[in-house]
Design a protein around this ligand. Structure first.
Ligand SMILES: Nc1ncnc2c1ncn2[C@@H]1O[C@H](COP(=O)(O)OP(=O)(O)OP(=O)(O)O)[C@@H](O)[C@H]1O
Ligand SMILES: [Mg+2]
Length: 294
């Protein structure tokens, strides 16, 4: 393996120097945040939602206008309302001890009071990644919770930027929430890079990396403006430097790695399994009913 492959990251981009494109989305989000309005980022798996959220986190953290926290809903400490309120306050630099009651309602009030106090000094922003995990836990995160969060956002005491596979409206409707939590959010859909963003990604200066025109054309053709696919294609072409340039072989390896991250096949597989399951059950039913007739 070649040392220092700058395209080896397959997880959230944490270094802002490695983050490319998304200028339009960032402009929309920063402009909304400037008057504490919330945004709901949605997009397919591996399109760059967490990287975008983390970039916003780094940018806001550097200034003195905002107090910002990045929360990953996959982290078990956020899986209960009490944990969510407590650790969010902690991350926002407020005293988490106020979340100490056994009453759900009292904790929501204490959280709201702390955020209202904080908003007198600075603009609080909560970046919530994998928001779908929160709406899955309906026994914990109920309408009262969403109403309290909505009220804080609606009154301009806090702004949220959420990220999830589906839009907030979709998640709230699918979860049968009556709270109109989602309607204080502007939707930001994250899709493929534009051709200009792909060019920006490919032409960035990276130590020890020089791609030929031919390699760049090949990378563009195979990655089709998808940020992760670009990283994967670049990574393989980079590792191949000094070896025989065999596009067919390279294409095979790149496609294989891309496939290992895709969930399209997993979805198809689930459908097939479901179909087979139903078919087997149907067959069993037919056999059973046939036997009982005899
Ligand atoms: N703006 C970007 N600049 C450069 N690379 C990016 C960018 N966005 C995404 N990537 C690449 O895509 C990969 C996946 O990004 P990320 O983890 O942020 O996606 P995600 O949408 O949060 O995925 P998941 O749905 O699995 O949570 C990163 O490891 C990185 O290689
Ligand atoms: Mg993510």
């Amino acid at each position: 393996m070649v040392a220092n492959n700058p395209f080896s990251n397959r997880r959230m981009i944490k270094n802002p120097d490695d983050f490319f494109g998304r200028k339009d989305e960032l402009r929309t989000i920063f402009s909304r945040l400037s008057n504490l309005q919330s945004c709901d980022v949605s997009g397919e798996r591996k399109i760059g939602k967490s990287s975008l959220l983390h970039y916003i986190f780094m940018k806001l953290r550097d200034g003195d206008e905002y107090r910002v926290a990045y929360i990953d809903m996959q982290d078990p400490k956020y899986h209960t309302v009490e944990g969510f309120l407590k650790y969010s306050l902690k991350e926002l630099g407020s005293d988490p001890i106020v979340i100490s009651s056994n009453s759900h309602n009292e904790n929501l009030i204490a959280f709201s009071d702390s955020i209202a106090d904080l908003s007198n000094e600075i603009k609080p922003v909560l970046l919530i990644d994998e928001f779908g995990k929160l709406t899955e836990r309906q026994e914990e995160f109920n309408n009262d919770f969403f109403d309290a969060m909505r009220s804080l956002g609606y009154h301009g005491n806090i702004a949220y930027v959420t990220a999830s596979l589906h839009s907030l409206k979709w998640l709230c409707t699918a979860g049968n929430f009556t709270s109109p939590f989602y309607n204080i959010f502007s939707q930001v859909h994250l899709g493929l890079f534009s051709p200009d963003e792909t060019t920006e990604f490919l032409s960035a200066k990276r130590e020890g990396v020089v791609f030929t025109e031919k390699e760049i054309e090949f990378i563009k053709r195979i990655a089709k403006n998808h940020p992760l696919h670009l990283q994967i294609a670049c990574s393989h072409v980079f590792e191949n430097k000094g070896k025989v340039y065999d596009e067919k072989e390279l294409r095979k390896d790149i496609k294989e790695e891309i496939k290992s991250f895709g969930d399209k096949w997993t979805r198809k597989e689930r459908c097939i399994v479901k179909y087979i399951k139903y078919s087997i059950n149907d067959i069993k039913e037919i056999i059973k009913s046939g036997l009982s007739k005899k």
